[in-house]
Design a binder for this molecule. Structure first.
Ligand SMILES: NC(=O)c1ccc[n+]([C@@H]2O[C@H](COP(=O)([O-])OP(=O)(O)OC[C@H]3O[C@@H](n4cnc5c(N)ncnc54)[C@H](OP(=O)(O)O)[C@@H]3O)[C@@H](O)[C@H]2O)c1
Length: 267
């Protein structure tokens, strides 16, 4: 994201990170501001004189993420930032079973209620995120997940970054934009694409949610992530990630990449 914005001649970029970076770690001309979403005074200092904030959502337990986003909104209002281009998700709905769908919707509502001009990039699931499960399946031959016949419009992470950058440099749109991949597939289709690219058998096996929890808990995964992933697959089963939109191409001027494109790069 920082590189995409730094490549433009018409904007000055400040990269906010949690620890001071040496100048050589950033593109030429990019300043560094140090702040944590948990630290309101540092956020205010980082946002002084900023016209547009690109808000990359926080991560981890949902209550903490929401607190981080509240801190950011308060600092944005206090420092009179002119536009927030915020990352959200296609499933941004307080009625969703997915924990981050609720957080993302509450964050959008907070920003809208604050009166600050906004634009929202609602991303589908990242290919790079989903690849974690595909990589496991590559060695076992089985993609065992509780997704039923849920379909997902997987999107490349850098296509999301390009769309968010385009929103940041445009004027506030006051609405959300659905940043999806160019196609949607069920998990059998996703497994079959991975199998073709990798030339190895990968088959989807739909498993009950409680079996997924028991199998995943046995791997030692942190309980928060077990809950987060279980709630994600509950939202997949409700077909909340199925939609395909052309907002990404409209914002970036290029077609988003397919799952096959991304997997082929590192086959
Ligand atoms: N759609 C999906 O499939 C999907 C999947 C996973 C996550 N997500 C969401 O998308 C976000 C971005 O994902 P990504 O893969 O692009 O993550 P990433 O490369 O790790 O980038 C996260 C950025 O957020 C900053 N950040 C995180 N916690 C922070 C805090 N407490 N205070 C200040 N800055 C903080 C990080 O700053 P530092 O430079 O200090 O590390 C980093 O710049 C995630 O945070 C999560 O909300 C979406």
């Amino acid at each position: 994201m920082v590189q995409l914005l730094a490549d433009r001649a018409d904007v000055d970029v400040v990269a906010m990170t949690r620890r001071k970076l040496p100048a050589e770690a950033l593109p030429p001309g990019v300043e560094c501001a140090v702040a944590d979403y948990a630290d309101p005074p540092a956020l205010r200092a980082a946002l002084k004189g900023v016209d547009t904030l690109v808000l990359v959502s926080s991560d981890g337990p949902d209550a903490r993420v929401l607190l981080h986003h509240r801190n950011v909104v308060a600092a944005v209002v206090a420092e009179r930032v002119g536009h927030v281009a915020a990352l959200s998700s296609v499933d941004a709905d307080s009625a969703s079973p997915f924990c981050y769908a609720v957080v993302n919707r509450l964050t959008e509502d907070l920003l809208l209620a604050s009166g600050v001009p906004c634009s929202f990039a609602r991303a589908s699931l990242y290919i790079e995120f989903f690849r974690g499960w595909l990589t496991q399946a590559r060695s076992t031959g089985l993609l065992r997940l509780p997704a039923a016949d849920g379909r997902v419009s997987l999107v490349a992470r850098d296509d999301v970054a390009r769309a968010l950058a385009a929103l940041a440099v445009g004027g506030p749109t006051g609405r959300h934009h659905d940043i999806t991949g160019p196609e949607s597939a069920d998990l059998a289709g996703i497994a079959s694409t991975a199998a073709e690219v990798w030339r190895t058998p990968v088959a989807y096996v739909d498993i009950p949610a409680d079996t997924y929890c028991a199998e995943t808990a046995a791997t030692g995964l942190d309980p928060w992530w077990l809950y987060a992933f279980s709630s994600l697959f509950a939202s997949v089963r409700e077909q909340r990630w199925d939609q395909v939109r052309d907002d990404c191409a409209q914002l970036t001027g290029r077609l988003p990449r397919t799952l096959r494109d991304v997997l082929s790069e590192r086959a």
